[in-house]
Design a protein around this ligand. Structure first.
Ligand code: ZN
Length: 390
């Protein structure tokens, strides 16, 4: 079939720039990666559909489907990952980030670990399986814009959530977990609160409206919310077993002899599973509403960047236990966000599980240790075998 070997796959995927950035100048289409995957998966017999992602700058999702010849269209396995990478830390790379470089039993390159390598390993695993004997559907999904908005995964779920012909029973998201199955993570929400008062000479407080004083009330209320979250919600699987609220950054005023006219606070909230971001937003507004009533128009609450939902799978789910057995690693909970909360909306038992360490993700000189590759390839073969070939 002329498919590239594992290293060539890695190398071609890394070469294809698919950087996601919030700013337009740093943002890059992921089409080259999507086209590479499409051509390899088509060669392997998959039916490939690409879909432009709305609210993106030239980004595409890819769904590759391989149906068994026995006519079964229900159930099966979805292997999912993101096709984009974070931007490069200019000046911090010791080699070309878009060139796979082998050194000290490591493959260096942007996306080697997070997470183009996952797709390369899937392609290698698929070549060693008797795909003609498939008994259940097998799907590969590559998303766009995971590193910024997660709009790719969100659009995919919107498109497929209620389609009767697409009902994978199990899903793996191949983010770098060191090949341990991850069944739960917290979400993330970053908000800004801006108080607009009125500046004036400090000698006469009645001439202005002091934004720092209003922010003091905001902080008092947010501190109450922080405690309420601790009191009301618990998930003992996490080392910090409650939702957190952090006051991370504040800036206001310009001189000691002026009434402060503007003050801005940045906060970070990390919900446990079961608290949708929407509910957190409502809580923030509820807690700040007395201040908004006291100072009409002075309090503005805004998103610093798009939030990520928490993901709450089950430790005792059969899929978690099967994956743990095949990986020979205990199921874990982690502190970073993934597309799992969205993919699980498709109704499949979902896990995050992939080669490489999260320590290397989003870092200059990102690499994957080549010693982990054979085990990863064999685990993915077994996972596919388990879901789609027996
Ligand atoms: Zn990732």
């Amino acid at each position: 079939m002329g498919l590239p070997d594992l290293k060539a796959c890695f190398s071609q995927l890394i070469k294809a720039n698919s950087i996601s950035a919030i700013t337009e100048t740093g943002d890059h289409s992921n089409l080259e990666v999507i086209e590479l995957l499409q051509s390899w998966l088509t060669d392997l017999g998959f039916h490939c559909q690409t879909q432009a992602v709305k609210d993106s700058r030239g980004k595409y999702n890819l769904l590759a489907t391989l149906l068994p010849s026995n006519g079964v269209t229900q159930g099966g396995l979805l292997l999912a990952g993101h096709s984009d990478t974070v931007p490069i830390d200019e000046g911090h790379w010791h080699q070309d980030p878009f060139q796979l470089t082998e050194r000290d039993n490591r493959w260096y390159g942007l996306g080697s670990c997070d997470m183009k390598g996952f797709f390369a390993i899937c392609i290698a695993a698929l070549q060693e399986l008797p795909l003609k004997q498939l008994t259940k559907p097998l799907y590969i999904f590559a998303s766009a814009d995971e590193e910024t908005t997660m709009n790719g995964a969100k659009a995919f779920v919107e498109q497929f959530a209620n389609q009767r012909h697409f009902t994978p029973e199990f899903a793996i998201i191949g983010e770098p977990t060191g090949m341990a199955p991850v069944y739960m993570h917290k979400g993330h929400l970053a908000k800004g609160i801006r108080i607009t008062g009125r500046s004036g000479h400090s000698s006469d407080p009645s001439k202005g409206l002091n934004a720092i004083e209003i922010m003091h009330d905001v902080i008092t209320q947010l501190t109450k919310l922080k405690q309420a979250l601790i009191n009301q919600y618990q998930q003992t699987s996490f080392s910090v077993p409650y939702p957190t609220l952090n006051l991370g950054h504040i800036h206001g005023g310009d001189a000691a002899n002026r009434i402060c006219g503007c003050c801005e606070l940045h906060i970070d909230l990390r919900p446990i599973p079961g608290i949708p971001l929407e509910e957190l937003e409502i809580l923030i507004r509820q807690y700040l509403s007395p201040i908004q009533q006291n100072y009409p128009g002075a309090v503005d609450i805004f998103n610093l960047y798009p939030g990520n939902e928490a993901f709450g799978g089950k430790l005792d789910a059969p899929w978690t236990q099967t994956a743990a057995r095949l990986c020979q690693q205990a199921p874990q909970v982690v502190n970073y966000a993934t597309e799992a909360p969205y993919i699980s909306l498709l109704g499949c038992q979902t896990l995050v599980l992939g080669p490489g360490s999260i320590e290397q993700a989003h870092q200059p000189n990102e690499f994957i240790d080549t010693s982990v590759l054979p085990q990863a390839q064999s685990v993915f073969k077994e996972l596919i075998y388990n879901c789609c070939l027996n």
